[in-house]
Design a protein around this ligand. Structure first.
Ligand SMILES: *Cc1c(COP(=O)(O)O)cnc(C)c1O
Length: 230
């Protein structure tokens, strides 16, 4: 099965990158991005020890979750969030990587069912400050008060920061962007006494080596596992 081979290849790559940076491979979670890939393909990957799956489109995700309800998958929401979608997201995912406002964080917290563990969230940072992209500005004056507010909410757990960088021409440019994310997390953590941020969700198929070099703890890989999307 091609998916299992490609999973093995990515796992090997993650281990090698971690080793090179003297990091433990277990510090880095592979998030398999399964948008526009079938429930059957997800099942195949799950049987091959893949637990974390990322989805971008809510209705598509809910359909697949229903088909795969017999599996203990950890579902991550990584798409853009409209406020009328927060309830279903809060009810059906373990993680949300794309929170970019206090308003959305508050809605997710209010709508997270009491019987579930707190919803893990990351703040999406528009790290290259692109006009076309959503995400928070990489600005401590904005982020510090936001982090403080969000950490008062008990039904969500602020884990860290996430970014989708602009396309880069070389490894040096990639590195500059990922270093900014690493520094931002450090700077935020200097202002927090407990509940420090332990997550950097960054790095995809082509730049996960550089992301791991810069401290990524979750890398998000779709095509290199499942092939081209239809
Ligand atoms: C689609 C997507 C990915 C995976 O992209 P591939 O090119 O398929 O590896 C990662 N992160 C986010 C936020 C995505 O939307």
């Amino acid at each position: 099965m091609i998916i299992t081979q490609q999973l093995d290849t990515i796992r090997r790559l993650i281990s090698e990158c971690a080793k090179k940076q003297q990091r433990a491979a277990e510090e880095i979670t592979l998030l398999a991005v399964s948008k526009r890939h079938s429930a059957d393909n997800i099942r195949t990957a799950f049987k091959h020890q893949q637990i974390d799956f990322g989805e971008n489109y809510l209705n598509e995700a809910l359909e697949k979750q229903a088909q795969l309800s017999d599996l203990a998958i950890r579902w991550h929401y990584i798409g853009s969030i409209q406020s009328n979608k927060t309830r279903k997201i809060a009810e059906n995912f373990a993680w949300v990587h794309t929170v970019d406002s206090l308003r959305i964080a508050r809605r997710l917290a209010a709508q997270r069912p009491e019987h579930l563990a707190p919803l893990n969230i990351c703040l999406q940072i528009n790290i290259d400050q692109e006009a076309s992209k959503s995400g928070l500005a990489p600005d401590l004056d904005i982020l510090l008060p936001l982090v403080a507010e969000i950490q008062t909410l008990t039904t969500i757990k602020l884990k860290g920061l996430m970014c989708i960088p602009a396309p880069k021409n070389n490894k040096d440019e990639e590195r500059q962007t990922f270093r900014k994310m690493q520094t931002l997390r450090q700077q935020i953590n200097q202002h927090i006494f407990d509940k420090r941020l332990d997550t950097l969700s960054m790095g995809m198929s082509d730049d996960l080596d550089t992301a791991i070099e810069c401290g990524a703890t979750i890398v998000r890989v779709g095509t290199a596992i499942f092939g081209q999307r239809s």
